[in-house]
Write a protein that binds this ligand. Structure first.
Ligand SMILES: [Zn+2]
Length: 434
């Protein structure tokens, strides 16, 4: 076993033991202590990294390894140091103890994403100790605040320190690269190449205020309620982006099933619990989430509002908003509470080839396939602004019985030690040879 494989579990445990919960309102402990672990482990092997705080305690670590060929564009490898909070009472272990049991590391961040943070550290440390040089520049970044929108992390760095990412054209980061075992001779590795867009929309109806006992044909509450009901009841049609079409064709091929575009349920069933990652990528979604109007039983308010969480498919934005406008009707207007683009890149090119090669070298039963995720990561939110082509690639060879999707933000989050060692071997190959 290489030193990197040997130490990756300890590094992951060390990071999990630092509570970096992000409550979304800056009341948490911040990422400084976790960043200090990264800085110390880098300093141990002689790597000087840049430490940047966007606000007190909100720490980011970034360092660049010079490649042998300066004519090649740089690759960004990034992970976030914050985690979502954990309610210890729900867990079977202390979520911040980093317990190792039955071959798994348990704790908040074990898959989201101190696993990758640790793999990045282990690979970079070994690369440095061995004095090996990658072909291209590698930029390693451990970031703050991904779980609450990235303002203190990726957004801050890309806005105020874009020079750190000079020459970067591609990136790898979270939510992709994990295995789905079809049978012992075939494991699919799902590489994320697309992400749905996000539209949190406030619906506003203006009507005529008045006494609740009188006739009123212009009631704002009624209008917003009608709009919300229409949106909530709308049956969004199946819509295949190139990524999702390719994904389902690959699943069909792997399981020897037909791909019925009008009824893909049989294919989705084969994904088991992983369907949570992709189930919502076959159509737009728009879920009403908030309603607000009025202040007294007998007063008709002049305005009523609602919030809808809309998620649209890459390439179909205009169609999505046209349908939303039709559904809400002329008496209700909408504003964005938050709006984020959708992303899709093709599953080809030298980086994709290198990822496939590295996976196959470590798992001869590997077949890599692209997929679209229904949520978003820093790749979309910020690095896309710098024209960086982002992939979800945290290579983990997982046991067939593990419900991986439920680990994300879940109770008893855990990752197999062997999966981390596998990931280190794959990343080492990829980062050195690409
Ligand atoms: Zn994450």
């Amino acid at each position: 076993m290489t030193p990197a494989e040997n130490e990756v579990a300890d590094l992951c445990v060390e990071l999990i033991k630092v509570d970096s919960s992000n409550y979304g309102d800056d009341s948490g402990p911040g990422e400084r202590a976790a960043a200090e672990v990264v800085l110390a482990r880098l300093a141990e092997v002689g790597i000087e990294a840049t430490y940047l705080e966007s606000a007190p305690g909100r720490g980011n670590v970034i360092t660049r390894v010079e490649g042998a060929d300066p004519s090649l564009p740089a690759l960004l490898v990034h992970g976030h140091l914050d985690v979502v909070p954990a309610n210890a009472a729900d867990w079977s272990v202390d979520p911040f103890a980093g317990e190792v049991r039955d071959g798994y590391i348990w704790g908040r961040g074990a898959v989201d994403m101190k696993d990758m943070d640790a793999m990045m550290l282990a690979v970079l440390r070994q690369l440095t100790r061995d004095g090996r040089r990658p072909r291209r520049d590698l930029v390693f970044a451990w970031l703050a605040d991904e779980e609450a929108g990235g303002n203190f992390g990726a957004k801050y760095l890309t806005k105020h320190h874009p020079g750190l990412f000079e020459g970067v054209t591609e990136a790898i980061s979270e939510v992709g690269g994990y295995s789905l075992e079809v049978d012992p001779s075939l494991r699919l590795y799902l590489i994320e190449t697309a992400q749905k867009g996000l539209a949190w929309m406030k619906l506003i109806a203006d009507g005529t205020a008045g006494h609740g006992s009188m006739l009123n044909a212009d009631n704002a509450v009624t209008e917003v309620a009608k709009a919300v009901a229409r949106i909530g009841a709308h049956d969004w049609p199946l819509t295949y982006t190139p990524t999702v079409r390719r994904f389902l064709s690959e699943i069909a091929d792997a399981y020897g099933l037909p791909f019925d575009e009008d009824d893909p349920k049989a294919l989705l069933d084969r994904l088991g619990p992983l369907v949570r990652f992709v189930g919502a990528t076959l159509r737009h979604t728009a879920n009403p989430t908030q309603l607000d109007a009025g202040y007294k039983s007998n007063v008709i308010p002049g305005q009523a509002t609602a919030v809808v969480d809309g998620r649209f498919l890459p390439g179909f934005e205009d169609e999505f908003f046209a349908t939303v406008d039709e559904l809400i009707g002329p008496k209700v207007r909408r504003e964005f509470v938050h709006h984020d683009i959708a992303l899709e890149t093709t599953f080809d090119g030298a980086l994709v080839e290198s990822m496939i090669e590295a996976l196959k070298a470590e798992d001869p039963s590997a077949r890599a396939i692209p997929y679209c995720m229904s949520g978003g990561t820093d790749n979309k939110t910020f690095f896309a602004d710098l024209n960086v082509r982002g992939f979800g690639f945290v290579p983990l060879r997982l046991p067939a019985e593990l419900d991986f999707a439920s680990m994300f933000h879940g109770v008893d989050e855990r990752v197999p030690v062997e999966a981390l060692q596998f990931g280190v071997r794959v990343l080492d190959r990829l980062l050195l040879n690409y």
